[in-house]
Ligand binder design. Structure first.
Ligand code: PMP
Length: 425
């Protein structure tokens, strides 16, 4: 069947009258790629199906939560059983106990956890906790890391290095920006300089240990260790935002992968198995600052709602099966090696970066570790590739800055089919 998105185009024209940009989260509007967004009707395993009758092998997987692919039978079964008992009670519930215990029993660095409803909320709460524990205000974040849309985190580097940043959104008070210091990634000297300069008022350093929101900017283990050491030395909370890497790089996420213990970890995506969830976790001592035990307030009407807990629990139980992460990593490596070869054959100037089951096609000559090393002009290559893939039944995220996710549902046939499509570029 030839590709058409006529129905999607028509409804997109209508939704633009109702929602800003026609969407409820900006990247969905396809502004960075060609044509209208395709409206998805349903998903099953590795595939999604749009309202024009097109089928796609999906590498977006709802931006990461669907590590098992769409509609995994265990997840759907548990969710339906849960829904049949009611949607939410606003009371303690056994499912959050089961999910929390499953996580804590299999994660060496977590003693206690608190469930919230999104990654943004998890990070916002983690920062409040770091400030509450230390009695300090400032935080250091890194250019090219995304931590959700809380005010103090929508900040990018200012003109000078290790100086105050500027906001990336209208509506953010200067006073908030003044509390956030933005550094480039992969620059140990600048990190040491900034920590020494601000140490007396530094509550936290927050980083995506596997930066995956602005390409995949893999950092050196020594740099992450240096950050740990500086935080220990100066009594600063190290927050690892594992919203993407958590339960994806392995059950213990990036913390387990690098064997570095952050003070606070934040989660989202996989931990809710496709339902709205976030979580923050830490040692018993740090978590004892959270209300109602401690004086750091945080609450939520739908926090730890049974349906999200059910989806998360069913998902993590599959992730805990013997060999799960090993198989995911091997499948991804084999796939991205072949994808690299196929792009090389077509003389597309691409360099694929991979970790676990995450990959990113950098249109560069070699490894990219800093956002400033990404050439915006190179995104033209992505636009072309994206359209060709879409028209031939492969769905990649609609921006060249987004990573791809391999799921447990991708079969050898799916991955072979993608290589064929690239061969026909
Ligand atoms: N932190 C990271 C590392 C993320 O990737 C995201 C979302 N992509 C968030 C925080 C925010 O999560 P949410 O969209 O659930 O608010």
């Amino acid at each position: 069947m030839t590709f058409t998105r006529k129905r999607s185009e028509a409804i997109f024209e209508e939704t633009k009258k109702l929602f800003p940009g026609g969407v409820h989260s900006p990247v969905r509007a396809f502004n960075s790629v060609q044509g209208a967004p395709v409206f998805i009707d349903r998903g099953e395993g590795s595939k999604i199906y749009d309202i024009d009758g097109n089928t796609y092998i999906d590498f977006c997987n709802s931006w990461g939560p669907l590590i098992l692919g769409h509609k995994h039978p265990d997840v759907i079964d548990k969710v339906i059983k849960t829904i049949n008992k009611g949607l939410t009670f606003g009371t303690p519930h056994e499912l959050s106990y089961e999910l929390g215990k499953t996580i804590i029993d299999h994660h060496r660095y977590i003693d206690m956890i608190r469930f919230v409803s999104s990654g943004t909320e998890a990070v916002m709460s983690a920062i409040r906790l770091a400030r509450g524990v230390t009695g300090r205000n400032k935080i250091i974040k890194f250019e090219g890391c995304y931590h959700g849309h809380a005010d103090s985190l929508l900040v990018k580097a200012g003109s000078g290095l290790a100086t105050l940043g500027t906001s990336t959104s209208a509506g953010i008070p200067e006073a908030f920006i003044a509390e956030t210091i933005v550094l480039p990634l992969a620059d140990p000297e600048l990190l040491v300089e900034a920590v020494q300069k601000y140490k007396d008022d530094l509550a936290a350093i927050i980083i995506e240990p596997v930066p995956a929101n602005n390409g995949l900017l893999l950092q050196d283990a020594e740099y992450l260790q240096l950050m740990r050491d500086l935080c220990t030395q100066y009594g600063v909370m190290l927050i690892w935002d594992e919203v993407i890497s958590g339960f994806r790089l392995g059950f213990e996420g990036a913390a387990g992968h690098y064997q570095i213990q952050p003070d606070i970890m934040t989660y989202g995506k996989i931990v809710g198995g496709g339902m709205p969830v976030g979580a923050y976790a830490a040692s018993r001592e740090i978590m004892s600052h959270v209300a109602p035990v401690g004086d750091v307030y945080q609450a939520g009407t739908l926090s730890a709602n049974p349906v999200s807990m059910a989806a998360g629990l069913a998902t993590l139980q599959v992730c805990l099966e013997e060999g799960f992460y090993h198989n995911m990593e091997k499948k991804t490596m084999d796939f991205t090696n072949r994808l690299q070869d196929a792009l090389d054959q077509k003389e597309v100037p691409a360099h694929i970066q991979t970790i676990g089951s995450i990959f990113w096609i950098a249109f560069s000559k070699g490894r990219v570790q800093k956002s400033s090393d990404i050439d915006p002009a190179s995104m033209e290559h992505y636009k072309r590739l994206h359209l060709h893939l879409l028209e031939n039944g492969v769905y990649f995220g609609p921006s060249g800055y987004e990573v791809g996710f391999v799921s447990a549902a991708h079969t050898k046939d799916d991955l072979d089919a993608v290589i064929e499509v690239v061969n026909s570029l």
